[in-house]
Design a protein. Structure first.
Length: 396
């Protein structure tokens, strides 16, 4: 049974720190606003939804206690609508949509809402004190390194220089600014404050005037003795890892949420919604944790194999810009030309709302397919501990 994506909605991404435009909104507020927007956009009855799947990375405090189920109740959705919150690190939002598609493919459910949320201003990264990074014994045995250091390692191993990083990051900002100016993000809905006024209607971290020359002034920030010791013990051919990444070619922390309606064809007919894309394939792959940011390459290749496609068949490719080096390395590995690869910029410009980012990338890809009147898109993202996820969709 085929699975389809129809209605989509995402918030803008706000600066993930105190004073950011979404920092006064709780994570449940971000999700609830989308649970209201989605049926308004799609014209369906929430009572016909069987499950809500929500990706979220730091599941503690305001993001704890199965936020998906509680948000559905808080939004006033019927009691029978179930909910589950999942964590595959940065791939969580995309993985939630994968699981929704799998439920539909199995024939057990016909209408599922899936996506993700992260409020990094209110629930800081690492505040859940998980053992992978907080327990020294576990960190040592599992090869934990700082993610920015992992990006420097990839740049060192693959000969990606500082000029390459700065040029790529500047291009991300320039493309994102142009996409906003042209209204390309049709899945975006404004986020409202407690009084119902617009709190934010655009991705807040974008710098329209960003240039490689401006970025060249920043100093690298990820030199880390513990990470270096771990990496050099694994990669004995390296003399060292060159510090290259800085704040300008690293993803900014962001607040945001995204939700999509995933249905079978009969489910779409019953809800009265029009499918926008069919889910062709999806894949999860893992690599060793020190090179964690390469996992999306293997996941992408597996998703293409499962769909019977090659990279030349793809019209749009949306890959999470988890540091400039990894975005460049992924583009090279998949052999995607620049006009198809992150054509509207990425998280280097618009920010990384960890649990939501994968779902946001999916929506950006679908919006762009429709704008181009094109057919096929790949969405891919890497996450901590060497996780990677990918999905291929075909526009209806």
């Amino acid at each position: 049974m085929d699975a389809y994506i129809s209605t989509t909605a995402r918030t803008p991404r706000g600066k993930g720190r105190e004073g950011g435009s979404l920092s006064a909104l709780r994570p449940i507020d971000l999700v609830t606003q989308l649970l209201h927007a989605l049926p308004e956009r799609g014209g369906f009855d929430p009572a016909d939804i069987e499950d809500v799947l929500l990706g979220c990375v730091t599941q503690t405090g305001e993001q704890g206690a199965d936020l998906a189920r509680i948000a559905a109740l808080y939004a006033g959705w019927p009691d029978q609508v179930s909910g589950a919150t999942i964590n595959r690190f940065c791939a969580s939002g995309l993985d939630a949509v994968q699981l929704a598609a799998a439920k539909v493919h199995s024939g057990m459910e016909a209408a599922v809402v899936a996506g993700g949320v992260e409020s990094m201003s209110r629930v800081p990264i690492y505040s859940d004190e998980g053992p992978w990074f907080a327990d020294r014994d576990v960190a040592k045995k599992t090869g934990f390194v700082q993610m920015g250091f992992a990006a420097d390692l990839i740049a060192t191993q693959e000969g990606i220089g500082r000029d390459d990083l700065d040029a790529y990051a500047a291009r991300s900002h320039q493309r994102a600014a142009a996409a906003h100016a042209q209204g390309r993000f049709t899945s975006l809905v404004p986020a409202l404050d407690a009084d119902g006024a617009v709190a934010l209607d655009h991705d807040e971290l974008v710098r329209p005037g960003q240039t490689a020359e401006k970025l060249a002034r920043f100093d690298p920030i990820f030199a880390d003795e513990r990470s270096s010791k771990t990496a050099l013990a694994k990669y004995t051919d390296l003399d060292g890892v060159t510090p290259l990444h800085h704040v300008g070619c690293s993803p900014g922390l962001a607040d945001g949420a995204a939700l999509a309606l995933v249905t079978s064809r009969l489910g779409a007919d019953a809800l009265g919604v029009t499918p926008r894309a069919r889910v062709l394939s999806y894949a999860n792959m893992s690599v060793e944790p020190i090179r964690m940011l390469h996992a999306c390459i293997d996941a992408s290749r597996l998703a293409m194999t499962r769909a019977g496609l090659t990279s030349s068949d793809l019209d749009v490719v949306e890959v999470n810009e988890a540091f400039a080096a990894t975005a460049i390395a992924t583009q090279r590995a998949l052999e995607i030309d620049g006009e198809r690869y992150n054509p509207n910029g990425g998280v280097l410009a618009m920010g990384h709302a960890m649990g939501a980012t994968g779902a946001i990338l999916l929506m950006t890809a679908l919006d762009e397919l429709e704008r181009r009147d094109a057919d096929l898109a790949l969405v891919a993202i890497s996450g901590g501990a060497g996780l990677g996820s990918a999905m291929i969709i075909e526009r209806c």
